[in-house]
Every structure is written in structure tokens, then in C-alpha cells.
Design a protein. Structure first.
Lengths: 328, 334
């Protein structure tokens, strides 16, 4: 087995909110991403998806745990040592309108990471910029414009061009398509799939849209209240989800095709506050198959027959499967 | 029974530019549809297609520079577009109710939620305060708010997103509306909460036999919660019909692309991506608004477009509706 590009162990991130209270955004997360692999990360708002993405790239400081990038422990590396590593780890943000400097031309925006990280002459840089623009299907006539003159889909293409400019080994994509119209979204996903084939870059794809994640990911991690409740191969996880939360989450997804029969279990209640986390299994307050023990015992990670790793106390007795109802 | 009949509605934004020349953005260009009691119509389309504007035009909530320049909106036979504001106010909030996208900004932050419900009932019913209070608690219970008595005393900022959306639904139901317009009712909510709200909405529609219009950009919501679909593009309804028919055999090129762009179709390898800018509403081309983005467009598309009948309830605004497969046989539908 090849060494993972990214190895995260016991990652925690707590934000102080005053009065000695903390928002426990990320709690003891373990992740591996192999070279060329796409890990999809799903969860509802407040589940810590974006925070994990930022902490991994050291855009936020972790509270606990370790992050290993390319075999190197970067958890406590000083900022000045992290900067050169950014060549190999890039990020695409959710909102392309605020991710790009409005006063720079598209040409300079795409050339910026090349200028910072690659020892190229001016003309080589110029050529590479145009190549990158063409690669993301952006007409080179846009290069002399400023972001205000481009649409959201075009701006997101610029962001992707910037992210792949330095041939990174890892790209973190934080909801890259959720601020775009659905017709534009498909084009961006197609582009990302192509780029993954060509560059063999590992990707961490963060999204709350299950259809999108399924389409693009090799493996999937499901988050609930800052904890990975289930992780495994995309196909297995979608076909036979083991954790009750994964089952409920997947069943809440509505495929855009009326012929697909939807069977589902609708969860009651809402996500508890990450300031006062429930004891035991964090999902027990909404879990339809919870037993008394779930409110006191923190479940460990178990491997189920279909290969996923899930954290649920009911897996050994087979009580983890929720009965679903068909909707009319 | 037809409750709402919208016919050939045109809404324009009329303003003046810096040189004092009149500028007109043609935001709605001949929108027609009707709503029946007990049925749910889903309106989909990309940003700027005119979905929300259609709803605002119907209930008379347009603000200058937007105004209706032609067309009619008839609610139970009464014409709404020319109705005096006082009369319209008696209908809005009572017979026609609206639920909007952002529940937090739609509630009065300085009034307890129970009092907001009571206030709405008082304005329209004129009954006793006691009766309104009772009704408020009933409606809060109907939308699945646990412990309505104590929740009624909450302030809007104390509610979660899902709870606030339930309060808005309760508010919409206070005066027993015949028509419910929901503008992106679940867009800001998490998927598990979205499922709760949509289930609730559909139960309520069946229980109170309301005519309902859901505006959304999520085709999944339309596929599983609506009876009929209307697809909007460039201020027109380009295709409309029963959900099952339109999804099974879309005939307008835009609808085909839209459905083809969903992850489900994408996986099946039938992807057709449609790029391009939304049409410039200040400068619409003659004929079809989609012509610059459409792979089938010909000279004919620059002439006025007929609303072709595909089946008795299935219509498409395209010269070539129903004949696209013959034009490009390699794209034959499954």
C-alpha cells in the first residue's frame, strides 16, 4: 500500500465562545487520503466539514491531534515552513465571488500561484496561464477582465485553474458547486473529474449534496457533530449504510427522477448544539434505534461485513438498521 | 376546480439609466398557468429565470421599478392585477398565504412568535382574542411544533431554522388559505430537516385541500413532492405538465439539459451540459430566449415561438418540441 498523501489522527478543533465554553466543531477525527484518491465528506451544516478542510491545510490551528502531509508532520510547523508546502496543497472555496481579488485581472489571478511557487520566466508563466485557462474551458478573451465581468461558473473555473496551477498533490474543495446554478454545476463537476484523471491529485471533496458526492468520490466519510460516524467505499456506503445517521441522511436525499421509488426514514428533531454535546453516542438524541446504553457509552469504530467503518453500539446485535417507509 | 388562473403575464423593470434614457428589463414574458385545489405545482429554473417574480406578481408584492405591464391574474374569478390595495390586503394573508425562503428575516424580531400568529388572525378574522390564541396553538400543533404553549412565548431568535420555518407555515395557515405559495421553503435547511418540512407541507395540502405552488431549484423536490412542473427560462414557462410525463419525456431542449445535468442522469452517462450566460433581459433576442445556448437553434428560432401541445396537459415553448429526436437521432431518449 502506498503512503497516504494525508494522514489525520485524533483531530480536534474547539472554538472558545466565552464563559469557558467551547464550540466543539471537530472531535477526534481520523482520515487517510491516498494519492489520486477522492474522499467525499458529507454532513449537515455545523457538522464540522469546512473546519476540517481548513485545519488540514493549516488555515486554522488544530486544538489536538496530528496532521501528516506527504509523510511530514505539519501539525505544529511554523507558518513560514507551511508556506512552501502550499504549492502541494490547494483549496477551492464555496463562494467564488469572495475568493478572488476584485481588482485583479483574471490573468494575474491565475498567474499568482505560479509566481509564488514556480521558478518560471515571464513568458513561460504567460504560456502556462493561458494553458490553464484553456484547461478549465475558459476562453482566453476573459483573461484581461476583472472578476466582476464573469459569471459564477466562470469564476469557479478561475478558482480551479488557480488551484491546479502548481500541480498540487492535494486539493481541498469546500462545497465548490453549491453556490452555482444546477445547469452550471454539472459542467464544473465534469471538469473536476477530468482534472482528477489527468493530474492524479488527491481530493477532499466537501459537500452536503449527496448526489454530487456520490458521483465524484471513491470513498466517503459521513460527519455528525464533528465526528466521523461512518467511512468507507462510496458504493458500499451508499448501498448498505451501516450507521443509523447515514441511513437517515441518505434516505432524505431526493433523486431528481420521479420513477425512482424513495423509501425513507425521516429523523425527528434537529442537530444538538455543538457547545453542549450529548454524552455517549452523539446521535442518540435523534436515533430511532437507540438503546439505554447509547446515552452513556461512546461507541468505538467497528468494521462491518460490507467494508465500511462505523461507530454504532447496535452493529454487533444487528439493531443498527432502521425500518424505512415508502413515500407515496 | 381552477382556483388561480394566470394568463399571459408580463412584468417589466422600467428604469432610467445615467443619461435619462428609459431602460426596460423584460423579466416576465407571457407567463400562463393555473392552479387547482389540492394539487402542487413546482416551478423550477435557474437564478433570474423569473420564479420568485412570478409569485410576487401574482400576489401583488412587486415594488417599483418592477410592474405588471400586461396580462391577468384571476383568483376565484376575481382579477387581482387591477384590484385596489385595500381589497388585495383582505385577500393576502387570509385566502392567499405565502411562505418565503428565509424564515429568520420574515419574522418580526421584536414580537413573540405566538403574538405574531394572533396578530395575523386578528387582522383578518376580527374575532375575539381568545379565539385567535386558541387557533394559534392549534396551528402550531398542526405544523409539528412540540409544546406549543411554551413555544408561543419564544422570540424568533430563539428558534432554529427548521422551527422558524414551521412557525412561518403555521402563520400561513392561520386564516385557512385556499392558495399557498412557498418560495424556496427548504433551501436554507439541512436535508434531514428539509424532509420533515416537505412531508409536513404535503400533508397540510391534502388536509386543507389547498392549491399550492412551490418555487424551488431542486428537481428532487419537484420529482417527489409535486404533481405538476413548470420550467422557467428567461421569464417564460418553457415547459409544463404532470411531473411524471415531463421527467419521463422532456421535450424542450432546456428541460432536457436541466434534467440531464442532475447527478442521477450524469451518472448514467447521458450528461449534456449546458453552459452559457442567462439571457440579457434588457436586450432579449427576437423569438426564443434560449437560441444562443441551444444546440438545435435555427433561423426559425428568431421568430415568435408557439406553445406546442405535446399531450392535453403537457406543453412546451419551442418550434421543434416533439421533433428533437429526429433532428439528432444519436441522442434518442431512453
Amino acid at each position: 500500500m502506498t503512503n497516504p498523501v494525508l494522514k489525520v489522527r485524533g483531530l480536534c478543533k474547539h472554538f472558545p465562545v466565552g464563559g469557558k465554553q467551547f464550540v466543539n466543531a471537530v472531535n477526534h477525527v481520523d482520515l487517510n487520503i491516498s494519492p489520486g484518491e477522492t474522499l467525499g465528506m458529507v454532513g449537515e451544516s455545523g457538522s464540522g466539514k469546512s473546519t476540517i478542510g481548513r485545519v488540514i491545510l493549516r488555515l486554522s490551528e488544530p486544538t489536538e491531534g496530528s496532521i501528516e502531509f506527504n509523510g511530514q508532520d505539519i501539525t505544529h510547523l511554523p507558518k513560514s515552513k507551511v508556506r512552501p508546502l502550499r504549492r502541494d496543497m490547494q483549496m477551492v472555496f464555496q463562494d467564488p465571488w469572495s475568493a478572488l481579488n476584485p481588482r485583479m485581472r483574471i490573468r494575474d489571478l491565475i498567474a499568482e500561484p505560479i509566481k509564488l511557487h514556480m521558478p518560471l520566466s515571464r513568458s513561460e508563466r504567460h504560456d502556462r496561464t493561458e494553458d490553464l485557462a484553456r484547461r478549465v474551458n475558459l476562453s482566453t478573451s476573459f483573461l484581461n477582465r476583472t472578476p466582476a465581468n464573469l459569471s459564477g461558473g466562470q469564476l469557479q473555473r478561475v478558482c480551479i485553474a488557480r488551484a491546479i496551477a502548481t500541480d498540487p498533490k492535494l486539493i481541498v474543495l469546500d462545497e465548490p458547486t453549491s453556490s452555482l446554478d444546477m445547469s452550471v454545476r454539472a459542467g464544473i463537476l465534469e471538469l473536476l473529474a477530468e482534472i482528477r484523471e489527468e493530474t492524479k491529485a488527491a481530493m477532499l471533496f466537501i459537500s452536503h449534496d449527496l448526489g454530487t458526492v456520490r458521483m465524484i468520490s471513491d470513498r466517503i466519510a459521513v460527519l455528525y457533530l464533528g465526528e466521523v460516524v461512518e467511512q468507507g467505499q462510496a458504493e458500499a456506503l451508499f448501498e448498505t449504510p451501516a450507521h443509523p445517521y447515514t441511513q437517515a441522511l441518505l434516505s432524505a436525499h431526493l433523486p431528481a427522477d420521479p420513477r425512482i421509488k424513495v423509501t425513507r426514514h425521516v429523523l425527528g428533531g434537529e442537530v444538538p448544539s455543538p457547545i453542549a454535546l450529548p454524552p455517549g453516542c452523539k446521535f442518540h438524541t435523534r436515533c430511532p434505534v437507540a438503546i439505554d446504553r447509547c446515552s452513556s457509552v461512546v461507541p468505538g469504530t467497528l468494521t462491518v461485513p460490507t467494508g465500511q467503518e462505523a461507530r454504532c453500539l447496535r452493529i454487533p446485535d444487528g439493531g443498527n438498521i432502521i425500518q424505512r417507509k415508502e413515500i407515496a | 376546480m381552477t382556483l388561480l388562473e394566470v394568463e399571459d403575464l408580463h412584468t417589466h423593470f422600467i428604469s432610467r439609466d445615467i443619461d435619462n434614457r428609459v431602460r426596460i428589463a423584460k423579466a416576465l414574458n407571457g407567463v400562463s398557468f393555473s392552479l387547482q385545489a389540492g394539487r402542487i405545482l413546482g416551478i423550477v429554473g435557474e437564478t433570474g429565470a423569473g420564479k420568485s417574480l412570478t409569485a410576487q406578481s401574482v400576489v401583488g408584492l412587486l415594488r417599483p421599478p418592477a410592474r405588471i405591464v400586461a396580462g391577468s391574474v384571476r383568483f376565484e374569478g376575481r382579477e387581482l392585477t387591477t384590484m385596489p390595495p385595500e381589497d388585495l390586503n383582505r385577500i393576502r394573508g387570509a385566502e392567499i398565504a405565502m411562505v418565503v425562503q428565509n424564515p429568520r428575516t420574515s419574522l418580526d424580531p421584536l414580537t413573540r412568535v405566538g403574538d405574531q400568529l394572533v396578530r395575523l388572525h386578528q387582522i383578518h378574522s376580527g374575532g375575539s382574542l381568545e379565539m385567535s390564541r386558541k387557533r394559534a396553538l392549534e396551528m402550531m400543533e398542526a405544523v409539528g411544533i412540540p409544546a406549543p404553549e411554551s413555544r408561543a412565548k419564544s422570540w424568533p431568535h430563539e428558534l432554529s431554522g427548521g422551527m422558524a420555518q414551521r412557525v412561518l407555515l403555521a402563520m400561513a395557515l392561520m386564516n385557512g388559505p385556499k392558495l399557498l405559495i412557498a418560495d424556496e421553503p427548504t433551501t436554507g435547511l439541512d436535508v434531514t430537516v428539509q424532509a420533515q418540512i416537505l412531508d409536513l407541507l404535503r400533508d397540510l395540502v391534502a388536509r386543507f385541500n389547498m392549491a399550492t405552488m412551490i418555487i424551488t431549484h431542486d428537481l428532487g423536490v419537484v420529482a417527489h413532492f409535486c404533481d405538476d412542473i413548470a420550467v422557467m427560462f428567461g421569464g417564460s414557462i418553457v415547459e409544463s405538465g404532470p411531473v411524471a410525463d415531463v421527467f419521463a419525456a422532456p421535450v424542450h431542449p432546456y428541460t432536457r439539459n436541466l434534467i440531464g445535468a442532475t447527478p442521477e442522469q450524469f451518472q448514467k452517462g447521458r450528461a449534456r451540459t449546458l453552459g452559457g450566460q442567462p439571457p440579457d433581459l434588457y436586450n432579449l433576442p427576437p423569438g426564443c430566449a434560449l437560441q444562443s445556448r441551444c444546440e438545435f437553434a435555427t433561423e426559425l428560432c428568431r421568430t415568435p415561438v408557439p406553445n406546442k401541445e405535446i399531450a392535453p396537459t403537457h406543453f412546451a415553448l419551442c418550434h421543434f418540441a416533439g421533433t428533437l429526436d429526429e433532428m439528432k437521432p444519436k441522442e434518442a431518449r431512453a
